[in-house]
Write a protein that binds this ligand. Structure first.
Ligand code: PLP
Length: 377
């Protein structure tokens, strides 16, 4: 957000409130009336709704997208001596959970879809690793564009690795192979307010077809609880989703597909009208992203960003620095010395305003501003 009070929003949550604010307020009112703020009926209802929405057999809601990742790694017993492959071009949470457990994140470059480069991963697995034992892969559907899940499943199967989909940005995305939620051993997502399906605070969920994993996750979510509340069979955490957030999400889920279609119309228009001087997001045939972000690559990115700001158009840079160059992560291993694409993309990416309620007039303004800026480049 710029301080020049933009007349169009990067992510417009108020427009959604104008549409379903009354329904959400009523849902909140029902929770206030029944008073079951922790693990109330809306939590179970939301878990069932997310199973039928995604096709996954089990859904475990939780406190955030970060805790969702953490709980899956805990369930699999990942710890010191274990290695987990993660893309370097992602939000810190993807690698953070691995390091928090004392395991080793190994950074992998991304391909031009901004997602984990399966070829680089496969090469490094063939070379083998000393000192650490590869246990899992966390691939991200960055900006809502699904990674190459069939390929990743093949690699994970061949090398006996667990596969996690970090779908914090991609809930609702569809590929010919299926919806996000059924493509990995466990899929995690986030309900942070600005994600495609966001609540009014923090929240997350895990989707899986594995019922024994689901049972372990349900136990981890409440301090490693066993058959009774005072029975602790494993070390867990307080990882629950608030009933209030579940009630809000149930209302938002009703219009989610309509909102995704609106995001896709914006993306289609950007795709066809943005000028030749920018690189558009690369999406494989038959794939329908959730368009959490619409991110272009452009030369002279900082200047283009400023030119848009001067016209009151807010943009964002996801991500200005890949994780393997961040102070907290630079001493962890990588599959090769240089992670070339990620380092280059960090200097080129620019995310344009994207939300379901972005009018054609506003889209045209963004497109014109990018065209003018690129022409002057
Ligand atoms: C937002 C995000 C997360 C973390 O989700 P929180 O709910 O904020 O904890 C993890 N991974 C990616 C790729 C994200 O975008």
């Amino acid at each position: 957000m710029t301080d020049k009070s933009p007349f169009l929003e990067f992510v417009d949550l108020q427009a959604q409130r104008a549409r379903i604010g009354a329904e959400i307020d009523a849902a909140i009112g029902r929770v206030l009336a029944h008073g079951r703020f922790i693990m109330g009926p809306e939590v179970v209802e939301l878990e069932e709704a997310l199973c039928s929405y995604t096709g996954a057999r089990r859904c475990i809601t939780c406190s955030s997208g970060t805790d969702a990742l953490l709980m899956v790694l805990l369930a699999w017993g990942i710890g010191p001596g274990d290695a987990v492959f993660v893309p370097t071009f992602t939000f810190a949470a993807t690698a953070e959970v691995v390091a928090l457990l004392g395991a080793t994140p190994i950074f992998v470059d991304v391909d031009d879809s901004f997602n984990l480069d399966a070829d680089r991963l496969e090469e490094s697995l063939q070379d083998g690793w000393q000192q650490v034992t590869p246990k899992a892969i966390i691939a991200v559907d960055l900006f809502g564009i699904p990674a190459k899940w069939m390929r990743l499943r093949e690699i994970a199967g061949k090398h006996r690795l667990h596969l996690i989909a970090d779908a914090a940005q991609s809930l609702g995305a569809v590929m010919p192979e299926g919806r996000v939620g059924v493509l990995a051993d466990a899929t995690t997502t986030s309900f942070f307010p600005s994600k495609p399906l966001g609540c009014y605070g923090d929240g997350g969920a895990i989707l899986t077809n594995n019922s024994s994993l689901a049972e372990t996750l349900r136990s981890l979510r409440v301090h490693g609880q066993g058959s009774s509340k005072f029975d602790n069979v494993r070390i867990g955490l307080n990882g629950r989703l608030d009933t209030l957030q579940a009630a809000i999400l149930l209302e938002k889920l009703k219009i989610f597909d309509d909102e995704l279609n609106k995001r896709r119309s914006v993306a289609n228009r950007y795709d066809s009208l943005l000028p030749g001087g920018v690189l558009l997001p690369a999406v494989r045939e038959g794939v329908h992203p959730s368009w959490a972000q619409y991110t272009i690559r452009v030369m002279g990115r900082d200047r283009v960003k400023r030119a848009l700001e001067d016209r009151g158009i807010p943009t964002a840079i996801y991500y200005a620095k890949p994780l393997h160059l961040q102070p907290a992560y630079r001493n962890y291993p990588r599959v090769s010395e240089e992670l070339i694409n990620s380092t280059q993309f960090a200097s080129e990416v620019l995310s344009l305003p994207m939300h379901p309620y972005l009018s054609e007039r506003d889209q045209d303004m963004v497109i014109a501003a990018v065209s003018d800026a690129v022409e002057r480049e």
